[in-house]
Design a protein around this ligand. Structure first.
Ligand code: PGA
Length: 232
């Protein structure tokens, strides 16, 4: 595990530099899983000034809600990823699909068909979730429809308001932990406790992000606030 702690103002640049370095290590057209949310926004903004290498991008999750909703992850990628120089289309879950389980199976099959994730960029939920793999998720769970836990719905409500979805579609820990490299990002004091729990606490399903301790190629970029309880 490589952990980099940087001042808050340098977080986006440090994350972007780590992302580009990890992509470069993976050869041509790596398959990259991408997170949405507050955490990676500064990284995407920093990448705008640098441009992207050729990557094939995959969304790690989506809300089960109206497909074109302004708070959907699809809309997030439209704002922060698609305008980047060199960005291609992001493969995404379609919450408008007639059969959501089948849609998750399609995605679960597309990842290994594409050679598996070369790199996945992840944030961490306040409850330790990775993408929408909530506490209690098994280590080898596949892409699937999930019930969002209260913390995730509360976080979603900051954008969605009372319409916050109850369900999500997510790559499973099987696909995420199977990535050849993982870039975990966290910033802000609110994440300090869960970062320490995930990286230095007991490994197990109560905190899905703790499984990352066992990953052979994990890079973590934290700002100083998020690293406040991480023992260096
Ligand atoms: P956030 O979400 O980046 O909006 O804090 C992180 C996550 O839930 O994975």
């Amino acid at each position: 595990m490589r952990v980099e702690v940087v001042p808050a103002g340098a977080f986006g640049e440090a994350a972007a530099a780590a992302f580009l370095e990890l992509c470069a290590r993976r050869g041509a057209q790596p398959l990259v899983g991408l997170a949405t949310g507050n955490t990676p926004t500064a990284m995407y903004q920093a990448l705008a000034g640098r441009g992207l290498p050729g990557v094939r991008a995959f969304a790690v999750d989506e809300y089960v809600g109206p497909r074109e909703h302004a708070c959907s992850n699809r809309a997030y990628f439209r704002s922060y990823w698609e305008p980047l120089p060199g960005a291609g289309v992001v493969e995404q879950f379609d919450p408008g699909a007639a059969d959501l389980d089948q849609e998750c199976e399609r995605v679960a099959a597309a990842v290994p068909a594409g050679g598996g994730l070369d790199l996945v960029v992840l944030g961490i939920g306040l409850n330790g979730h990775l993408a929408f793999n909530e506490p209690g998720s098994a280590r080898d769970c596949p892409a699937r429809v999930v019930e969002l836990h209260r913390e995730s719905r509360t976080a979603a409500a900051r954008c969605w308001g009372a319409a916050a979805p109850r369900q999500g579609m997510t790559l499973g820990l099987r696909e995420l932990l199977g990535a050849k490299a993982v870039l975990l990002l966290a910033n802000g004091e609110a994440k300090a406790a869960i970062v320490a729990r995930a990286l230095q606490g007991e490994v197990g399903p109560e905190c899905p992000a703790s499984w990352l301790q066992e990953h052979p190629d994990l890079t973590v970029v934290l700002d100083e606030a998020a690293a406040g309880r991480y023992l260096r």
